[in-house]
Design a protein around this ligand. Structure first.
Ligand code: GLN
Length: 202
């Protein structure tokens, strides 16, 4: 089978870390930021960063509509943190002019974990990821406030004040996490996504 090309939306955020993770998952990772590049990928990763900035740049670089179109046609995508926000149909505590690509029937709350716990780390069990819980790094992270019936909840926080909050979800070919597996060297979430991409391609 030919090598799959997984684009990483390279408008802003931790693009390099996702490219490094993809390189270890036996796919071609490629930074993408132009409309014609969006047409040439099998799947898309939307990195962590700042969703308000990403939203503005997606419009400025004219990739907003092309990405929406490809998502609507079924292209697999994975978003971490700000990338999760970009895949949400609804955003709470966003900026009024903030736009998302949408695709996952969920409402996310930006910077949900609050000021005191701006960043924290916790083990999270993810359905579909074998072995020990994923070591999840949350940085000014969103959580998933509510989901529609089509969304599968893959992981929740299991300790501390945010216990029970949804932080990993999947709807069809779309995967999103509140946290950043690209910062840990643990490839299991990327492998889960690459398996979804392979299933779609075959
Ligand atoms: N708080 C950021 C936002 O709203 C997300 C933070 C992150 O990606 N680490 O976009």
């Amino acid at each position: 089978m030919r090598d799959l090309v997984v684009g990483v939306l390279a408008l802003q955020g931790d693009v390099r870390e996702h490219l490094a993770a993809l390189a270890e998952c036996d796919v071609i990772g490629r930074p993408v930021r132009r409309p014609e590049e969006i047409a040439e990928i099998d799947a898309l990763v939307i990195p962590g960063g700042e969703s308000t900035t990403m939203s503005k740049l997606a419009l400025a670089f004219e990739v907003y509509e092309p990405v929406r179109r490809r998502l609507a046609e079924g292209m697999p995508a994975y978003g971490s943190c700000a990338g999760m926000i970009m895949l949400a149909d609804e955003v709470l505590d966003g900026r009024p002019d903030q736009k998302t690509f949408g695709g996952i029937g969920m409402t996310v709350r930006r910077n949900a974990f609050g000021r005191q716990v701006d960043s924290f780390e916790a083990p999270v069990d993810i359905a579909g990821v074998e072995g020990e819980p994923v070591h999840a790094i949350f940085i000014r992270a969103p959580w998933v406030e509510s989901v529609t019936g089509d969304v599968e909840v893959l992981g929740r926080v299991t300790a501390g004040p945010a216990t029970g909050r949804m932080v990993a979800v999947r709807q069809g070919n779309l995967l999103a996490t509140s946290f950043h597996p690209e910062l840990t060297g643990d490839l299991r979430v990327h492998r889960l996504f690459v398996d979804m991409v392979r299933d779609q391609a075959s």
